[in-house]
Structure formats: structure tokens, C-alpha cells
Design a protein around this ligand. Structure first.
Ligand code: URA
Length: 469
């Protein structure tokens, strides 16, 4: 396995002694060019003699995180900008990053945003095709053309999402290969063949056709979310022009029986790719309250059907509504960190919400979370109960008061409920704890207190789950 690209790490190791010796950015010429990219991994700079006694260097963590992202930005100027930023923070202004109007900072921030956006697009637009090997084992292959060099940071998400599949994500810069145990990065010439179209392409097309609400298509917004650059590798993108042409009524008329069958096939494909869903039949068409009207889709629970530990949140947020998965936005990040701290693998538990659609109100261009009413929570309980009946967890963690009310009907404060012994009608133990969003909203010292409590409660829940004999 080789990867000889000039990376953030090679930049860091090259820049460190020069920074330590105080050399300014204009004393150094970065030799990196696009044509050298795959050939050179060392000696990134050309200057007089190397500094002899570099001092210990400490760059602030926010700067390091920013620099790491800038290294993924596909432009030769990045290395010099990174060096200049580091030099200026060290020798000129430690608070430099706090000034967004400063040209270097503004440039870096917009590059950082572009990289993040590209990573996000990779997560959303990678489409795997199944390849059955001679031994009969399936592996999955995806071809993706990112705008920036984001294969490494982008691939980690797929390890968490598809840990039990063998997959390869190939890009013009090289490929990420997951063999169910380790993630390797290989150079483009080792990335393997791109498989021809297969049946999944048609299923993707049908799936997209069915979830796409033409009545709500806004071409400008749609292209902002799904820029044309990505279309050529998206099987469903061939549907877009036709969908935009047909109005809502015509679209409804096109939902024929066979479409419906294909749609079911496409959804089960998504499920088999995810390997994780407990199907909740009917939730996508649930109209029992009004929340669905402004939501993109119902967000079903996620996790192995045999999971003994279930986590229940309140309702999907903006990001969850778009991606169709629970806890994938900012609160999801807090939750993931807490799960890791508690020694729990997210892929081994079942995560869902008390309410399946996103309830929100517009604030300018933003969609702000709006708390579901107790009536809406009660109505939606039919879906949560189905998930509990199917999964049969032994322990259910209620994340926040709405989840607690859905699971137990009680309106205890979380502070009080944390210390109570509660049981769900299906027999599972209920543990109440703070919602990850409460940690995001908490100010001052309260945030770390709530975070510690969440981690402790998750640990306690995990201890209550009987270990398989
Ligand atoms: N908050 C929740 O309660 N659930 C989610 O899925 C995301 C945020």
C-alpha cells in the first residue's frame, strides 16, 4: 500500500523547524505543484540552510484543526497560507483567528468551509455498487469525484456507517479500502475497476423518484445542495430534469403500482446497505398529525434489530430530516462523543426518536427546532412502540424530557428522573438522562457537568444490559 502524497503531516513536519527558527513565510518557497503531487513526499520547501536547533513549538488546537482542513483544499497556495497563518499566530498575533475580517483568516475560513462542504457531499452522494467476488462474497465499490482532497477525512464516516461490509471508495486521487477490520488508502493505480451499471442503479433512481417531492422543488436550492458537479456519478440524477418538468399532480399520477414495488425494493436496498434498520412499515406515509407537512421525510430508528440497548431522543433536527438518519447533526456529535467516552459502540445499539418527523419554524433562512406538543408525542408513540416491540431492548435510555414522556408518560424533570427506577410497559428498564442538545445549550460550567452526567448514565445503562452467554 502506498500513499506518497504531500499531506498535512508532511507539511507539518517540514514547516515545524522553519517556524521554530522564526523564518517568515516569504523566506520560503513551497515546491509543491499539482504534477509533483503523487511523486514527492519529502522536502516541501526550498530555502537557504535548514535551521539547526528548532525550539519546542506549540500551536493552538483550533489552529491545528483549521490547518489540517486547509491541507485538503485543492490549490497550490494552501501550503504557503498555512505557513503564514502559523507564523502570524506564533509571532504576530495569538488572537489572529478571532478576526474574521483579516484577509488571511477570511481566506482560510472560506477554504475550510469548502472542504467541510465537500466532505458533507461525499457522505451524502457516495453510491455503492455491489460486486460479488468469485468466492461468492459481496463487496461494494463507489466512484466519487470530490472537489478537494478529502478522501481521508471523508472515508472515516463510512467505516462507522458500514463496518460490516467490504467496500472501496475510489476517487481520482486514490482509493479508500475497508476490509471490515482496517482502512487503507491506496494510490489511484491500485483502486481497481469501476464496475458496470447494475440493478442497484435502477433502485436508486426509483428511490429518489419516490422520495422527491416535486411540488417542493426549488431548482436553485436544489442545485445548491446537489451541485451539478456531483450529478454524473449519481444514478438518480438522471431523474432530476424529468422530475423538475413534471408538476406535483403529474408526479402523483406517476406513482403506479410497479413504481411502488420498485420503491419498496429501493428502500430495502437502502436498508440492506445500512444493515441497520428495523423496518417500521407505514411511518413514511403517516399523516396522523400535521408535522409531516413541513418535513422532508420520517426519520426512522437505526441499529441492529437485536440491540439490547435503545436510546430515544426527542425528534429529528434539521440535518436528520435531510439525511433521514437519527442523531447525525450537532446533537449527534455530542451523543457520539458521549457514547465513545462510555465505551459503547454506536453500531451495536438502537437509536431512535419519540417523534419521527422534524417540527420546525422558519427564522430567516434557517429552520429552527420547535418542541413537539404532548399530543404529538402521544400520537407518534405508535411508531416508537412498534420499534420497541420489534427490537425488544432490555434497557432504554430516555434522552431528555420529551423522550421520557413518550416512554413513561411522566413529566418528571430529568434531574429527578435520573435517580428513579422506571419500567416501560414492554418490560424494559428506563433510564432518564440529559438530552445532548441540553449540553449544546448549556452555558459556563453547566455544560461539562451535564456531559459527565450523560456519560455516567450511558455507562450505567450499558452495565445493566446482560452480557450474552
Ligand atoms: N435531537 C433528537 O432528539 N434527535 C435527533 O435525531 C437529533 C437531535
Amino acid at each position: 500500500m502506498i500513499d506518497r502524497r504531500f499531506t498535512f503531516e508532511t507539511w507539518r513536519d517540514t514547516a515545524r523547524p522553519w517556524l521554530a527558527a522564526g523564518h517568515k513565510a516569504d523566506e520560503i518557497r513551497w515546491l509543491e505543484t499539482a504534477s509533483e503531487l503523487t511523486e514527492r513526499a519529502t522536502a516541501g520547501v526550498e530555502a537557504g540552510s535548514m535551521p539547526r536547533t528548532p525550539h519546542e513549538l506549540r500551536l493552538p488546537r483550533p489552529l491545528m484543526l483549521l490547518l489540517e482542513n486547509l491541507a485538503y483544499f485543492r490549490h497550490d497556495s494552501r501550503w504557503e497560507l498555512m505557513y503564514r497563518l502559523a507564523w502570524r499566530v506564533l509571532y504576530e498575533n495569538p488572537q489572529l483567528l478571532a478576526d474574521p475580517a483579516e484577509p488571511d483568516v477570511a481566506n482560510a475560513m472560506s477554504m475550510d468551509r469548502a472542504v467541510r462542504r465537500d466532505i458533507h457531499k461525499m457522505h451524502a452522494f457516495v453510491r455503492f455498487r455491489e460486486i460479488v467476488t468469485e468466492g461468492g462474497e459481496s463487496s461494494y465499490f463507489a466512484w466519487f469525484e470530490p472537489q478537494h482532497e478529502i478522501l481521508r477525512p471523508g472515508a472515516k464516516f463510512f467505516v462507522k456507517r458500514f463496518p460490516n461490509m467490504r467496500w472501496t471508495i475510489a476517487t481520482p486521487d486514490g482509493a479508500a479500502v475497508w476490509d471490515k477490520a482496517s482502512l487503507q488508502f491506496v494510490a489511484p493505480q491500485f483502486a481497481g475497476e469501476r464496475p458496470a451499471n447494475d440493478a442497484q442503479e435502477d433502485l436508486w433512481r426509483t428511490y429518489y423518484h419516490c422520495i422527491c417531492n416535486v411540488a417542493r422543488i426549488n431548482p436553485t436550492a436544489m442545485q445548491r445542495e446537489m451541485p451539478k458537479h456531483y450529478w454524473r456519478n449519481l444514478p438518480e440524477a438522471t431523474e432530476i430534469p424529468a422530475l423538475m418538468k413534471h408538476g406535483g399532480a403529474k408526479f402523483a399520477a406517476r406513482h403506479t403500482e410497479s413504481d411502488h414495488e420498485n420503491f419498496t425494493g429501493a428502500r430495502s436496498l437502502r436498508r440492506s446497505l445500512d444493515q441497520l434498520h428495523v423496518p417500521v412499515e407505514g411511518v413514511q406515509t403517516c399523516r396522523a398529525c400535521d408535522i409531516w407537512k413541513n418535513a422532508t421525510q420520517a426519520v426512522e430508528g437505526e441499529g441492529p434489530p437485536s440491540a439490547k440497548l435503545m436510546l430515544v431522543g426527542e425528534q429529528p433536527g434539521d440535518e436528520e430530516d435531510l439525511q433521514g438518519r437519527p442523531f447525525v447533526g450537532p446533537a449527534g456529535k455530542v451523543l457520539n462523543d458521549a457514547l465513545t467516552a462510555a465505551g459503547i459502540q454506536r453500531s451495536e445499539i438502537y437509536i431512535t426518536n419519540a417523534v419521527k418527523h422534524f417540527k420546525w419554524e422558519a427564522r430567516g433562512k434557517r429552520r429552527l427546532h420547535k418542541k413537539p406538543s404532548s399530543g404529538e408525542i402521544r400520537i407518534c408513540n405508535v411508531w416508537l412502540r412498534k420499534e420497541i416491540e420489534t427490537t425488544k431492548p432490555t434497557v432504554i435510555v430516555a434522552l431528555g424530557a420529551s423522550a421520557l414522556s413518550a416512554l413513561h408518560g411522566s413529566s418528571f424533570s430529568i434531574e429527578a428522573a435520573r435517580h428513579l427506577d422506571l419500567t416501560h410497559p414492554a418490560g424494559a428498564r428506563i433510564l432518564a438522562t440529559f438530552h445532548p442538545s441540553a449540553i449544546l445549550r448549556a452555558e459556563g460550567e453547566r455544560a461539562p457537568i451535564l456531559r459527565t452526567a450523560l456519560v455516567e448514565d450511558l455507562k450505567r445503562a450499558s452495565r445493566l444490559v446482560p452480557t450474552p452467554t
